[in-house]
Design a protein around this ligand. Sequence first.
Ligand SMILES: NC(=O)c1ccc[n+]([C@@H]2O[C@H](COP(=O)([O-])OP(=O)(O)OC[C@H]3O[C@@H](n4cnc5c(N)ncnc54)[C@H](O)[C@@H]3O)[C@@H](O)[C@H]2O)c1
Length: 283
Amino acid sequence: MNAARPIGVIGAGTMGAGVAQCLAEAGHEVIVVDPVPGALGAGRERLREGLRLGKQLRRLPSAAPQDALAHVRWTEEVTELSDAEFVIECAPERLALKDKIFGELDVVCRPDAVLTSCTSTVPVERLAANTRRPKRVLATHFMNPAPLKRSVEVVRGPLTSDDTVDRTLEMLAGIGKLGIVVGDFVANRVVLLAVNEAAHVVQARTADPSTVDKIFQECLGHAMGPLATADLIGLDTVLDSLVVLQEYTDDPRFAPSRLLADLVCAGHLGRKTGRGFHSYPTR
Ligand SMILES: NC(=O)c1ccc[n+]([C@@H]2O[C@H](COP(=O)([O-])OP(=O)(O)OC[C@H]3O[C@@H](n4cnc5c(N)ncnc54)[C@H](O)[C@@H]3O)[C@@H](O)[C@H]2O)c1
């Protein structure tokens, strides 16, 4: 890959800030685009906090936080991605929004740029259909928190070229990640079923959220239970993802639980708002 060219990140939220951190720590020039008022400032803070935590947890001799931050440019203008080598889209999991973004990126970006999405559910062929470069479109499903996870689920579409997959794996290896290539999403089809079913269990008053998660941790040895996982992902993102999965699989098991929808409606989105299935002390 051409390391002299920048890498674009669309969206400065949970995943956008984490992905930008991974890229900046590896020395890439990063351009983060987010037109939502206040989002860039919040993203910069998220990235700064991620760098601080990363240094503590990983004890890496990585660049000082200020050095990595200096590699990141923040803008509301997607046109600034005209010279990008890769773009990693991390906008909310909504079909119409992603359609619009991929259409814009196709117009703005160089014809040889690879357009990827952090989506965990939207079919790659749907994203690619908004562009004239379907062979250079795929999904790079980073997991959360991106800087702490070693591998990335790389989902190719029916038209994604081998060259695009190779370039993407090379880019990921350069930031210390192993790309695991699949022909369709695996992680969230499985995890979101567990999350949704766990929400049904709470809704039916079979067990409260702490008990559900405790069973997964204490009896099954999982690091986190499904409801704490949902809070970490963001309940709005979980809800949006279930809606996409339901639409594309036509499988009623993905119909979001009423409790999940109610929590999102009430603004309880998990860790990012301080309350979801569980409560989190405000910092
Ligand atoms: N949260 C997770 O654990 C997780 C894990 C893996 C993948 N994902 C996927 O990553 C993507 C982003 O999820 P997230 O959790 O970071 O969401 P988020 O809500 O935390 O952040 C989304 C960001 O996109 C911005 N945005 C909205 N409209 C935009 C536009 N038109 N152009 C650019 N930016 C725009 C918002 O301002 C916000 O900053 C989704 O596709 C989600 O499914 C999320």
